[in-house]
Design a protein around this ligand. Sequence first.
Ligand code: GCO
Ligand code: MG
Length: 417
Amino acid sequence: MKTITITNVECILTAPDGMRLIVVKVTTSEPGLVGYGCATFTQRAYAVKTAIEVYLKPFAIGRDVDRIEDLYQAAYLSSYWRQGPVLNNALSGLEQALWDIKGKRAGMPVYQLAGGKVREAAPVYVHASGDSPEQVAENAQKFIDQGFRYIRVQMAVAGYSTYGSSSVVGLSAASRSISIDPGQKRTWEPTPYVSRTPALFEYLRKTLGEEIELLHDVHERIPAVQALWLANALEEYRLFFLEDIFAPEDIEYLRMVRAQCATPIALGELFSNQSEYVPLVKDRLIDFIRCHVSTIGGFSVARKLAAFAEFFGVRTAWHGPGDVSWFGHAANLHLDLVAPNFGIQEFSLWMHSDKVREVFPVVPEIRDGALWPTEKPGWGVEIDEAAAKRFPLDAADGDLNGSWPEVRRWDGTVVRP
Ligand code: GCO
Ligand code: MG
């Protein structure tokens, strides 16, 4: 059979609605056969672009499109130092584009190449927030009425720059993820948040009932011992999972949580190196692995991680916020469709906004609280490259340039975002 080779590797940067996305396009020696993958690291987009254009492109041109794993392994080792977020995202864009190409050549969706469906679609969780327990409950109920069964709930702490409680469209992922009033100093204190959160869940269980699946993201914002206390305090409210109670630097504390309470734990979006996530799965220190698939290196690595986690009873909950391109959301979905140990899929409804759909005209749809594949070959997603150019990165979120806005304690200490 004729060998088809890579003839070009391009990086597409686009920021519809201010969300800075990175897509890799691979062109081949077969006329018309191209593939796309996600390499989105929203805070360091130009570093990923450089890694792709200066290093991966010359490395990949001329190589056989069929040899995805061999190309990945060779490229991965070629930088010597490896498994950081920038190079992993670049690798992801390339390898996901090759999976897209393989699916198109086979005339099948990628999930078929990974063993076929074990479920029809991927149930998703969506983000509800508010300034009070009443407002959070009201916004959660709106999603429940639309058929969603899993709701992440976040509440603003008055006067503080709280993670996840503002969805001001037009700001970047980072800015959008925290409540920041124009001109307001971004201040954060852990204790007001920790002291208010149990009452939020007491109210939500009273108003929404015992069966709706509630999720919550601590976002590594509090000292480890307060996270330990919070995990215990929330146990009676039976969350579906409590996310990022510790920063990657503090994951050894997980052993204490496991010894003290049965609150389900989700961690992983900040991991890039396998030495961060392998021990957590091996020792069953988490219930859900939450990696950002392009940050761990792409579809093939995530497929290996999902299979590894299956043997330890750890379920998948891939990171699926607004700062993942539609090729990344498609990779999440295809992983979800083939994994017996699927847990839940995060999804940002912003991905179906008019501007995003202008850039990505063909995408999976949300129906009955789940994400459904398009059943087209490859990822089943299409990009309009001319439209992508209409949303340049540099028009997004001003001088932040994708960085997370600085947040500080009242004494001036900078805190984790
Ligand atoms: C989540 C994440 C995001 C991140 C964002 C960083 O659970 O979806 O915490 O909100 O903060 O993707 O850019
Ligand atoms: Mg999170």
